[in-house]
Design a protein around this ligand. Structure first.
Ligand SMILES: *[C@@H]1O[C@H](CO)[C@@H](O)[C@H](O)[C@H]1NC(C)=O
Ligand SMILES: *[C@@H]1O[C@H](CO)[C@@H](O)[C@H](O)[C@H]1NC(C)=O
Length: 360
């Protein structure tokens, strides 16, 4: 029985350490300010600056966007057009469902099954952008983001992503050279993260979406990438707040809106949520303890029924039913059980089989 207790404690410790390990990256994301890799406004040439031309541009001049088919809804057409108009010298690729699938089948056949089996279309829209950036390089822009100025200054970094608070980074605008180690790692880990988390938005966020990318990013940074492997961060101000920012935001993408609200709320209440998490873990622990007690109790009952019973039991008609007696035992449970084992070990003692007969 002592062995049972030790196993119980070990299993609990194991579960607890796995829990802590699995949320540690998430918790550390909340503390990450990304300042080490931030693209500072001072290093960004103004929209018409001659400095732009002097910086080597390593990211290819390609703009990637995604939509299910070629018919882009009116709400986003203006945003799309603003990007196309500002970049006549860039190649523009719209990744429709059909085109995306063909691309994965041709270039990344090992991923095709996972790609086809994603439950939500947005997961495919999320993943295709990582693959095309890893393959072609270029700049990916969500359809609801319009362009406010030419992207050239951002082509000077081997890879860049956009900062969001509090999740870490977003996947709605990103740039990269082909075969950048960060995006290679991202596509490599997609299958490992492909799990259902019951709630659709958590599943999407954590299997392919911004939360997934943020976790990969956080872990990637711990590998201390070289200058060429660095992922630079476009901070919020540079994104869409000012006239010199790169993008404009157009309404219409309800999915990301809802998402952002939830994540924002979670970020604001993370202290409370962490506390709640530990409280929950405590309750689960107590339930496990209780279940363990019940299982042992059943074991004890079983023993009463089928094995010898100490003579202490005098009257079969006594109010102490096996169940009740066993229940009373629970608090001093381990002592009692080992005591009983000791008795058994001592060899035959006088026993009564009364309880066995009461089994009706
Ligand atoms: C940059 O130049 C374009 C045309 O050459 C002009 O329309 C635009 O206002 C200029 N932008 C700034 C910020 O000076
Ligand atoms: C694209 O999808 C929309 C809505 O599902 C549909 O109305 C439209 O006809 C489709 N366009 C093409 C070219 O298939």
């Amino acid at each position: 029985m002592r062995r049972g207790l030790i196993i119980f404690i070990l299993v609990n410790l194991l579960i607890l350490s796995l829990l802590i390990r699995s949320v540690s990256t998430l918790l550390s994301l909340l503390l990450e300010d990304a300042s080490a890799d931030a693209i500072h406004r001072s290093e960004l040439p103004s929209p018409n600056s001659s400095l732009i031309e002097t910086r080597p541009q390593v990211i290819p001049k390609i703009i990637h966007q995604t939509y299910k088919n070629e018919t882009i809804p009116e709400v986003w057409r203006e945003a799309q057009q603003s990007c196309i108009d500002l970049h006549p010298d860039y190649e523009y690729i719209l990744w429709t469902n059909e085109k995306s699938r063909e691309f994965i089948a041709a270039e990344y056949p090992w991923f095709l099954e996972t790609f086809d089996n994603y439950k939500y279309p947005i997961q495919r829209a999320d993943t295709i952008r990582y693959f095309v950036l890893a393959y072609y390089g270029g700049t990916y822009i969500d359809l609801d983001d319009g362009c406010n100025r030419r992207l050239d200054p951002l082509l000077a970094y081997p890879a860049w992503v956009r900062r969001t608070v509090p999740t870490g980074i977003s996947n709605d605008a990103m740039g990269s050279v082909p075969q950048h180690p960060f995006f290679l790692r991202t596509i490599e880990l997609l299958q490992q993260y492909d799990r259902s988390w019951l709630l659709p938005y958590i599943t999407v966020m954590y299997t392919t979406g911004p939360l997934f990318l943020s976790v990969i990013w956080k872990e990637y940074m711990q590998t201390r990438p070289s200058e060429a492997g660095r992922v630079r961060i476009l901070m919020q101000d540079e994104y869409n707040r000012f006239s010199w920012s790169f993008f404009t935001h157009h309404k219409g993408n309800s999915w990301h809106g809802k998402d952002a609200h939830l994540i924002f709320w979670m970020g604001q209440h993370w202290m409370f949520l962490t506390f709640l998490g530990f409280a929950l873990a405590g309750v689960v622990g107590i339930c496990l303890w209780w279940t363990y007690g019940r299982v042992m109790l059943l074991g004890a009952k079983y023993r009463y029924r089928y094995s010898k019973v100490p003579t202490i039991v005098t009257s079969p008609r006594s109010s102490s039913s096996p169940t009740r007696r066993a229940r009373r035992m629970v608090p001093t449970f381990f002592r009692r059980v080992s005591f009983k084992e000791d008795e058994e070990a001592r060899g035959p003692i006088e026993t009564s089989y009364e309880l066995g007969r009461r089994e009706d």
